[in-house]
Write a protein that binds this ligand. Structure first.
Ligand SMILES: Cc1cc2nc3c(=O)[nH]c(=O)nc-3n(C[C@H](O)[C@H](O)[C@H](O)COP(=O)(O)OP(=O)(O)OC[C@H]3O[C@@H](n4cnc5c(N)ncnc54)[C@H](O)[C@@H]3O)c2cc1C
Length: 399
């Protein structure tokens, strides 16, 4: 047997799992299909003298991310946290940037504190729960588009319980933070641990079981291990497990996938008239949101990641849209300052909590672990929390 644990996927879920295993002295290896670890933690670094970076995926972490912070502390990286500058979100409506309060109906909002009392999220969708609290008009005009922007997919049918979760906050770190060099730095730091091997360009094609041994097939050859953790997007996990763990694959296949077509663009700051913003929330737009780098200001450059709805615009259409919103000639959006990425997120639905319990029952007693953003929620902290729980289960079961 080559390894105690093989981890498939070097996003935050897989890297956390591998980090816990390495700390416990286990022989662990991560197989990642890309050259870059991080998955949705993807700070694109423009390869020129500007050293400018831009988030193509996750952009914010918070002092309530206790498990993530504990990992960073263990990696002696808390001094690399950077506080996000306080700039607000605005909306992009009817071709114009508008303040959020201007879009709200205040009379409809006034009863919200009373409606919140005793309101339960259990079994309710985001639209049902929040629509009742903020009023239908406010939900459609502001809250619905804002929630779509938060989870980069239509949020109406998403479970209300999975959207925001209350967690204890650490007082010794900024409330909202990123890292020096962007959130990619988290993946770079975790994967740099010397006793944690991360192999890049290793797409896993198949998973087999022979007795107590997992056999993981890649184009470069097979790997064997006593335990396996899949930390890929859920659709990939379905494909890899349907032969060896059909019941688990069947449960995972019930979870849908939301695709986000992201385009990042960096422009000289003096080319733009848009005031500093954390981002723009789209209402009736081909994009859910535009996330800006203004939260980590740069003297010369500004950057924006447009998170487009899938299959609405082709590549040229997306560039047209960006040129229009930022009010710059399309010719200024070239291959050197524009970058494209496809992001995938789980489309969670009401009943996800029960499904997660059924998954855990199916996994109990096996040496297969599932880490990912399709359990409690999609936030980075949800991923680390799940990885930790799965690591602790494998520890309890014994290697
Ligand atoms: C646009 C966007 C904005 C977001 N903003 C925030 C935010 O601000 N704050 C926050 O907390 N969360 C945010 N999130 C959510 C969060 O970033 C993700 O849920 C989380 O990073 C997912 O991590 P993961 O490791 O589970 O999956 P992923 O990051 O998807 O990683 C999976 C990895 O598996 C690899 N892989 C896939 N198939 C194979 C295979 N066959 N073989 C080998 N490797 C494979 C992939 O290449 C990838 O590296 C955002 C997400 C997106 C998309």
């Amino acid at each position: 047997m080559d390894h105690d644990l093989l981890v498939v996927g070097a996003g935050i879920s897989g890297l956390s799992m591998a980090y816990y295993a390495a700390e416990a002295g286990l022989k662990v290896r991560v197989l990642e299909q890309e050259q870059r670890p991080g998955g949705c933690l993807h700070s694109h670094r423009f390869g020129d003298a500007s050293q400018f970076w831009l988030e193509l995926g996750a952009h914010s972490a918070f002092n309530s991310y206790g498990n993530l912070l504990a990992l960073l502390e263990s990696a002696q990286a808390l001094d690399r946290l950077r506080k996000r500058a306080k700039v607000g979100f605005r909306m992009f409506v009817d071709g114009k940037v508008r303040g959020i309060p201007s879009q709200l109906s205040i009379p409809n909002l006034l009863p919200a504190p009373w409606r919140l009392r005793g309101a339960s999220k259990v079994g309710r969708t985001v639209a049902e729960y929040y629509g009742r609290i903020v009023g239908q008009r406010n939900y459609e005009a502001v809250f619905g588009p804002a929630f779509d922007a938060v989870i980069c997919q239509p949020a109406g049918d998403y479970p209300a319980e999975s959207l925001f979760q209350a967690r204890p906050r650490r007082k010794d770190v900024p409330r909202g933070f990123t890292m020096e060099g962007g959130l990619q730095t988290i993946a770079d730091l975790l994967s740099a641990r010397p006793d944690l091997a991360v192999e890049r360009d290793r797409a896993v094609r198949a998973v087999r079981r022979e007795g107590e041994t997992f056999i993981i097939q890649t184009d470069q050859g097979d790997y064997t291990a006593r335990a396996l953790c899949l930390a890929t997007p859920v659709a990939v996990a379905v494909g890899l497990l349907k032969g060896a763990f059909p019941a688990v694959a069947g449960l995972l296949a019930e979870i849908g996938t939301a695709t986000v077509e992201t385009v990042g663009v960096a422009l000289p700051a003096d080319r733009l008239r848009l005031p500093p913003v954390a981002g723009l929330i789209g209402r009736n737009q081909p994009f859910y949101s535009i996330v800006s780098r203004d939260t980590v200001p740069d003297a010369r450059w500004r950057g924006f990641s447009f998170h487009f709805r899938p299959a609405v615009l082709d590549e040229q259409g997306r560039l047209d849209c960006i040129a229009r919103v930022l009010n710059v000639p399309k010719a200024e959006l070239g291959s050197k300052n524009t970058v494209f990425k496809i992001n995938q997120l789980p489309a969670l639905r009401v009943g996800q909590g029960k499904r997660a319990i059924r998954l855990d029952i199916a996994l109990a007693g096996t040496r297969l672990a599932l880490a990912g953003n399709y359990f409690g929620g999609v936030a980075i902290e949800d991923c680390v929390t799940r990885a930790r729980a799965e690591f602790e289960r494998l520890q309890r079961q014994g290697w």
